[in-house]
Design a protein around this ligand. Structure first.
Ligand SMILES: *Cc1c(COP(=O)(O)O)cnc(C)c1O
Length: 404
């Protein structure tokens, strides 16, 4: 095995295709997929040494070269010392919390984070005596006021799903650090191609590799990025013991996905901006939620934090009267699609359209949904790589039937 030595100071575009490469004796150009759960040891003493030190490969719950390559490449893109793979984005959050929290600890979390993340903090960790306060995504005073002496972690996600609310990562890092707590940021929507939370003071970065890192909707994957004092020393032993490990095949798919991440994010975000502007001009649309539009409440912050790019997810409210009418109009738009997909995912090259009120937020009561700002007329579009003329024509099929 030979690791290619890279000169220092390379750009991220270069790192995305050149890091984490350790060639076998065959000199394969594309990264090898080590589809193996165990590793043959040269002798008993080496085996014993590897089990004690954790160095060298023994068993794939501890490490696998393809997973290592994925971790090195993701860490290079996020600009963190290390990264550790997980079976899914949720498994990464579980691993992080198992590593950092114990009964009696307190977490402050945005109210607008991903639904399963909300459930994990509110329900599952509550069972183990970890208490979570949920606060406004955008009101820093609420975050500050929620901090207690037992607060160990602030958890944020930006932009959020589906309303694309943006929080100020640097300001949250300052609040966390003043309290002796850590800030973790779920960077799923922007990916390191657009937003690098570590540069803004975040301690840990969560990824659902299932979304833009893979980019073609093929496999489940997750990761935590951060300094090795957490990645190697705290989370490594957790994944080895608890087993929420990333499968080598999935790691390989996402590893290859990261090679095209930057150009996909650029192209999909450019399409999203075009479609968002077009939606804003449609008479049947009441409101468009997209950080790239000047009408977005945190537009300037988003442009500062996200390299001037809005990302590829747009939501919009169709017009209508009662919740029933709004839902009927949203369903008309969705059911008239002939090109785009009705599916539960995002970050795919194929545009995905969803109705949050009956899917991701379907289990909430109507008052809870309204408090979260998720109306029955809300439609989410995770823009892929189709031509914008075709995306717009597909949306217009249903929109043109809605009375403005
Ligand atoms: C999908 C998603 C997750 C969870 O990731 P999985 O890979 O589905 O477990 C977490 N956070 C955000 C923002 C997501 O979109």
């Amino acid at each position: 095995m030979a690791t290619q030595k890279l000169p220092p100071g390379l750009h991220r575009d270069t790192l995305a295709v050149r890091t984490g490469i350790e060639r076998s004796q065959y000199g394969e150009h594309s990264e090898a997929l080590y589809l193996t759960s165990g590793f043959v040891q040269p002798d008993a003493q080496t085996s014993a040494d590897r089990f004690v030190s954790g160095r060298g490969y023994t068993y794939a719950r501890t490490s696998n070269p393809t997973v290592t390559a994925f971790e090195q490449r993701l860490a290079a893109l996020e600009g963190t010392e290390g990264a550790i793979g997980a079976a899914s984005g949720m498994a990464a959050i579980l691993m992080m919390c198992m590593g950092l929290l114990r009964a009696g600890d307190h977490v402050v979390c945005s109210r607008s984070v991903f639904g399963s993340t909300l459930n994990l903090f509110a329900k599952e960790f509550g069972k183990f005596g970890v208490e979570t306060s949920f606060v406004s995504q955008t009101d820093l005073a609420q975050w500050r006021a929620a901090v207690k002496p037992t607060t160990k972690l602030l958890f944020a996600e930006t932009p959020t799903n589906p309303l694309t609310e943006v929080c100020d990562i640097r300001a949250l890092a300052d609040i966390a650090h003043a309290a002796g707590a850590l800030l973790a940021v779920d960077n799923c929507f922007c990916s390191p191609a657009l937003q690098r939370p570590a540069e803004m003071g975040a301690d840990l970065i969560i990824h659902s590799g299932t979304k833009y890192l893979d980019g073609q909707g093929r496999v489940m994957a997750g990761a935590i990025c951060g300094p090795n004092k957490y990645i190697a020393d705290v989370f490594g032993p957790i994944v080895r013991t608890a087993g929420m490990v990333l499968a080598p095949f999935n790691a390989w798919v996402v590893l290859k996905g990261m090679e095209t991440l930057a150009i996909r994010m650029e192209a999909q975000s450019a399409r999203a901006l075009t479609v968002a502007k077009w939606l804003e001009a449609q008479p049947q649309v009441a409101r468009v939620y997209y950080p790239g539009l000047p009408s977005h409440p945190q537009h300037e912050l988003a442009m500062r934090q996200q390299q001037g790019v809005g990302g590829a997810v747009i939501s919009f409210d169709v017009k209508g009267g009662s919740p029933e009418q709004l839902r009927a109009n949203a369903f008309r738009v969705i059911d008239s699609l002939q090109v785009m997909s009705i599916a539960t995912n995002l970050g795919d090259t194929k545009t995905i359209v969803a109705h949050p009120a009956t899917t991701s937020h379907g289990r909430l009561t109507e008052p809870q949904r309204q408090a979260a700002g998720i109306g029955q007329g809300l439609v989410r579009v995770a823009v892929g790589l189709e031509h914008t003329d075709d995306i717009q024509a597909d949306l217009l099929r249903g929109l043109s039937q809605v009375s403005s």
